[in-house]
Ligand binder design. Structure first.
Ligand code: PMP
Length: 351
C-alpha cells in the first residue's frame, strides 16, 4: 500500500551509499547499543516526539533486524539465566501468530510459549501485549498483574494511519518497526525503546551474538525515510506536499469503508467495530483502520472460514494460528491497490 506514496516521493527519499562508507561493525562504542547509527537513533526520537506515540526521553534505543529479532532479544533479556524452569511467555488471545512460533522455534531452556495470558496461573511470566493488536486491531492492555511478571509491548501498529494516538506510550520495553510505520518491511529494521539499562545491555548482547549488529545500509536508508516523514510535517514546504500518515489513513479509511459495505452485503461475515477516539496528533476524531481485517464467519455451516475463502482464491490466515477457532480469519489490508480490489470483487461475488 505504501509503495505509491514512496514512488511519488522519488528523489526526496532516495539514498546513495558510497562504496567506502559503513564498513565497520561499530557505529558508536559509547552507546549501549554500539551498532546503532547516530542518524537513525536521532530520527527515531524525532518521529516519536512529532507523533507523540511513545516516550523516548531517558530511554535506551536498541535496534534489531526487524522487530522479530528484538522480540527474541527481549524474551532472552527478561528470562533469568539460572532459573530451574523456563520462563512462561504468554499473550491474550487472539495473539499474533509469530509469538508462539518465535518463542519455541529453538526450544530454548530459558523460556517457552505458555499460550493465552488470560488462562495463565502463576506469578512469573513474560506477557506480550500487542496494541493495536494483530490480528483484531483492539487497543490491548496487559491482562496479568504481578510484581514478578514482565511485559513486552509490541506497538508496531501504534501509528496515526491505523489508530488515534491518545497518549505517548511509556512501558518497560516497547517494540516498533519500519515494516508497519513506513511500509519498508524489506529493510528489516526495528527498534526497541527500553527503560532499564541492564535489559538494554542484554538485548544488545543477544543481537551481537546473533548477527553482530544490524545492517548499517538499512539504518541509513531508514534514517532517510523517517526524516522525509518528519520533514513533511515539520517543514511542509518541501518538494511534495504529501504526508505519510495522512496518505496511509486516507487509503485505509477508503478500504475499510469498501470492505464494510461488501461484508454487510454478503450477510455471511462480521467485522469488529472500533470506538471513535480523538487523535492528539491529527486532532481529529476517528475510529481505527487496522492493518488487518479480522473476519468472523457467522454462517453455522461454514466451520473453516480459511478453506471456504480459499475456494474463492482469497488467501487468509485461519483463527487457529492466533489461538482461536476456525470461524475467524485474518486478511491483510495493506496489499497493493489492485490486489485489494480483487479481494473486494471476490468477496462481493458472495453477495
Ligand atoms: N509484531 C507484529 C505485531 C507484527 O504484525 C509483525 C509483522 N507481521 C512483526 C512484529 C514483525 O515485524 P518485523 O518486520 O519488524 O520483523
Amino acid at each position: 500500500m505504501f509503495e505509491d506514496f514512496w514512488a511519488k516521493k522519488g528523489e526526496e527519499a532516495t539514498v546513495v551509499i558510497p562504496g567506502w562508507q559503513t564498513l565497520s561493525y561499530f557505529s558508536d562504542v559509547t552507546n549501549v547499543c554500539w551498532f546503532l547509527e547516530r542518524d537513525f537513533g536521532q530520527e527515531v526520537r524525532r518521529l516519536h516526539k512529532l507523533v507523540g506515540n511513545a516516550v523516548t526521553e531517558d530511554r535506551y534505543i536498541v535496534i534489531g533486524t526487524g522487530s522479530t529479532q528484538l522480540y527474541q532479544a527481549a524474551v532472552f533479556a527478561l528470562s533469568p539465566p539460572d532459573a530451574s524452569e523456563p520462563m512462561s511467555v504468554v499473550s491474550a488471545v487472539p495473539y499474533y501468530s509469530g509469538y508462539p512460533m518465535k518463542t519455541d522455534y529453538l526450544r530454548s531452556g530459558l523460556f517457552r510459549w505458555a499460550g493465552d495470558a488470560r488462562a495463565f496461573k502463576g506469578e512469573s511470566y513474560i506477557e506480550v501485549v500487542c496494541s493495536p493488536n494483530n490480528p483484531d486491531g483492539s487497543m490491548n492492555k496487559a491482562v496479568l498483574n504481578s510484581e514478578t511478571g514482565k511485559t513486552i509491548h509490541d506497538l508496531a501498529y501504534y501509528w496515526p494511519q491505523y489508530t488515534a494516538i491518545t497518549e505517548p506510550a511509556d512501558h518497560d520495553i516497547m517494540l516498533f518497526t519500519v515494516s508497519k510505520s513506513t511500509g519498508h518491511a524489506g529493510t528489516r529494521l526495528g527498534w526497541a525503546i527500553v527503560k532499564d539499562p541492564n535489559i538494554a545491555k542484554k538485548m544488545t548482547k543477544f543481537i551481537a551474538m546473533n548477527t553482530i549488529g544490524v545492517s548499517k545500509d538499512s539504518q541509513l536508508r531508514a534514517a532517510k525515510i523517517l526524516k522525509v516523514i518528519s520533514d513533511g510535517y515539520e517543514h511542509p514546504n518541501t518538494k511534495s506536499s504529501m504526508r505519510l500518515f495522512d496518505f496511509g489513513r486516507d487509503r485505509l479509511a477508503k478500504r475499510w469503508e469498501r470492505l464494510r459495505e461488501v461484508v454487510k452485503a454478503t450477510k455471511l461475515f462480521s467485522l469488529p467495530e472500533y470506538p471513535l477516539e480523538t487523535c492528539k496528533f491529527t486532532r481529529e476524531k476517528f475510529a481505527a483502520y487496522p492493518a488487518f481485517a479480522w473476519l468472523k464467519c457467522e454462517k453455522e455451516e461454514i466451520e473453516d472460514c480459511e478453506s471456504f475463502l480459499k475456494k474463492l482464491k482469497i488467501q487468509t490466515r485461519g483463527g487457529m494460528h492466533f489461538g482461536v477457532d476456525m470461524k475467524y480469519v485474518r486478511v491483510s489490508m495493506l496489499d497493493r491497490e489492485e490486489t485489494f480490489k480483487l479481494f473486494i470483487e471476490r468477496l462481493a461475488s458472495l453477495a
